[in-house]
Write a protein that binds this ligand. Structure first.
Ligand SMILES: [Zn+2]
Ligand SMILES: [Zn+2]
Ligand SMILES: [Zn+2]
Ligand SMILES: [Zn+2]
Length: 226
């Protein structure tokens, strides 16, 4: 892709904005503090997990005794689900089942992948950070997520892109703003018929029937100029 993206995300705890490289370490500081606050209370083991697809990322906190299925479901809800395709986790040396416990898979520094849809596959990489003893209600928490990337219209280069043409994007980065979408529709029949798809904050953008997630919707969608 020609455009250069700066990927950054907001910290759930302090609302500070951090780059993709910094956010994991920053969140770890809060998590360490939380273990001190929670000392003395009953606690559970939680795994800090990062999901990455190029410039897109999710920082997650997942209860250790939950099954891997909880992460599969979360990825579907926020990034992947279009029409109920199959999915699985994998590692180069061993098999991972949906029934495996999160804390057993995410040993420090372990890197695995998740594939959604065996036809037009979307692959996401997951990496373990540290584990923490915490007192929390939720089984899975979104600690941070990249803000929509500054994806601009490849035609006028002035406005944020809101649609892609899935027929033309293999030839020439066919990302269009509202106005240029109308112009493209006049020249590309496929665009009007079926190839017009929305710009979304997901690695599944433009694949199969994917039109956006069902959770954290305010950070899905196209870039908004500030
Ligand atoms: Zn923070
Ligand atoms: Zn599909
Ligand atoms: Zn345009
Ligand atoms: Zn087209």
């Amino acid at each position: 892709m020609e455009q250069e993206f700066i990927s950054k995300g907001k910290c759930l705890f302090c609302e500070g904005m951090f780059s993709q490289d910094e956010i994991g370490k920053h969140l770890a500081k809060h998590l360490v503090e939380m273990t001190k606050d929670d000392a003395g209370k009953s606690h559970e083991n939680y795994c800090h997990v990062e999901a990455v697809a190029n410039e897109l990322f999710l920082q997650l906190l997942v209860r250790g005794d939950a099954s891997m299925r909880i992460i599969d479901q979360f990825l579907r809800d926020i990034w992947l689900e279009c029409c109920g395709h199959l999915s699985n986790f994998g590692h180069k040396n061993y098999k991972i089942s949906m029934k495996d416990r999160v804390e057993e898979i995410f040993q420090p520094r372990i890197k695995i992948y998740h594939d959604y849809d065996y036809g037009t596959t979307t692959r996401v990489f997951l990496r373990a950070h540290k584990q923490y003893q915490l007192h929390l209600e939720e089984k899975i928490i979104l600690l941070s997520r990249n803000e929509p990337l500054k994806l601009m219209c490849t035609s006028c280069k002035k406005n944020p892109a809101v649609n892609i043409c899935t027929v033309c994007w293999y030839k020439d980065y066919a990302f269009y703003c509202e106005k240029c979408s109308e112009e493209h529709a006049a020249t590309c029949e496929d665009f009007t018929d079926y190839a017009k798809m929305p710009v979304v904050n997901s690695p599944r953008m433009g694949e199969c029937g994917y039109e956006g997630g069902s959770i954290d919707i305010e950070r899905d969608g196209a870039y908004k100029a500030v």
